[in-house]
Design a protein. Structure first.
Length: 397
């Protein structure tokens, strides 16, 4: 996270802060994310990392402690002077209700301040509709809150991660166009606000997944990178200067429509690197297409189908990567998805292999690695949308 303001308003490094009182809230947000990525920090370490004065850092740490956002660790002794006390984020500082609307499932969850899913309820379905989605929240909210040990007054906010324009490409994943078209004029956030006591934020699901990776993952080694999320459709996000770049209309990193070389199946990335493609191949092979969403799938009899899909998806992800690198000099590619850890590891390895055998003249080979959040990245990313901004003390407490 490097969107930081200096006194002269110039960016001069990934963790440089400002001593001006008017920027205190921004600096508090910076310190929170700095601690989030390192796990814990002392005041002295945070002072060195941000360039803030020791006095300013003391004020920030004291305010964050008073708001209940930080917890003290054991003092570090054995050095000259007073013992250093590391501080870490308080997981219970805030709790968020999140709703993930996917093309094959709905998930309602309570996520804490450090990005852990405390409780959740998942509903597999062939396709989502507005009525099913609102009914799901109405029916499951109290049970999820009870499972998390939370009351509605203990929740700091709610957010939704969902694909934009769900009515598009309905036939590509076997949904009735007429039913999906009901999303066209439906305001889900407003409908949910009618049944919950919080305001509701909303973000594109793949952008939310990317935000979850940025906020809750460990990526101190990179600032500019591409994020691919392999779901029913392929999506993703763009990270610039350590921050998610959503674009003017929230669609930056929507890699699905990106053109790839003409081949059987189509010339878009979505036609080759999406789980709906694997669904169809599994069904043709006599299997249950929804097997692909199992986190511990039994691929007995389908190994060849899976191998072929991994090669096909990786080849086209490599094409998409090269196209992206020709526009912006991204240093890395992070790949995650609603897939098992084994499939993700194999996919990452195959993308690296494909890139190594691709003409990279004029661009530099990026680092390619697996995402750290996993199949619940969209659910967790919805919470990141709320805690990515400075979160004041819960007024109910």
């Amino acid at each position: 996270m490097s969107e930081i303001i200096k006194e002269n308003s110039r960016i001069s490094g990934p963790w440089k802060g400002a001593n001006q009182g008017s920027l205190r809230v921004r600096n508090e947000r910076i310190v929170l994310q700095l601690i989030r990525e390192h796990g814990e920090l002392t005041k002295a370490e945070a002072t060195r990392a941000t360039g803030l004065s020791a006095n300013a850092m003391s004020v920030i740490f004291r305010a964050l402690e008073e708001d209940g956002l930080l917890l003290r660790g054991e003092p570090t002794r054995g050095r000259i002077g007073q013992p250093s006390i590391p501080l870490r984020l308080n997981p219970e500082a805030h709790s968020y209700v999140t709703l993930k609307v996917g093309r094959r499932s709905l998930e309602l969850a309570v996520v804490n301040f450090v990005g852990s899913v405390v409780a959740s309820n998942n509903l597999p379905l062939p396709f989502p509709t507005p009525n099913k989605t609102v009914e799901f929240v109405r029916d499951k909210l109290d049970a999820v809150l009870k499972s998390a040990g939370k009351t509605k007054r203990a929740i700091s906010g709610m957010s939704i991660a969902m694909p934009f324009e769900l009515w598009n490409w309905a036939s590509d994943f076997g949904a009735p166009p007429a039913e999906m078209d009901t999303w066209r004029d439906f305001d889900l956030a407003s409908a949910i606000e009618d049944i919950v006591p919080w305001s509701v934020a909303i973000e594109n699901d793949a952008t939310a997944a990317c935000r979850g990776e940025v906020v809750f993952g460990k990526h101190l080694d990179k600032q500019d990178w591409i994020y691919f999320f392999v779901g029913t459709f392929i999506g993703g996000g763009v990270v610039m200067n350590g921050r998610v770049f959503p674009g003017r209309r929230g669609n930056a990193g929507g890699f699905g429509p990106m053109r790839v070389p003409e081949q059987e199946g189509g010339n878009r990335l979505v036609d080759h690197a999406s789980l709906v493609v694997l669904e169809k191949d599994i069904a043709k092979n006599g299997g249950d297409p929804l097997l692909v969403y199992d986190q511990n799938p039994d691929w007995a009899g389908h190994e060849k189908v899976v191998d072929n899909w991994i090669e096909r998806a990786a080849r086209n992800l490599a094409h998409a990567t090269v196209s992206s690198l020709s526009v912006i000099d991204f240093e890395a590619v992070v790949i995650d998805g609603a897939i098992s850890p084994d499939i993700k590891s194999r996919l990452v390895a195959e993308v690296i292999k494909q890139l190594e055998n691709t003409d990279l003249q004029g661009i530099l080979m990026p680092k390619v690695e697996a995402g750290q959040i996993g199949h619940q990245a969209r659910t967790i990313g919805a919470a990141a949308l709320l805690c990515d901004e400075y979160t004041p003390k819960n007024p109910y407490r």
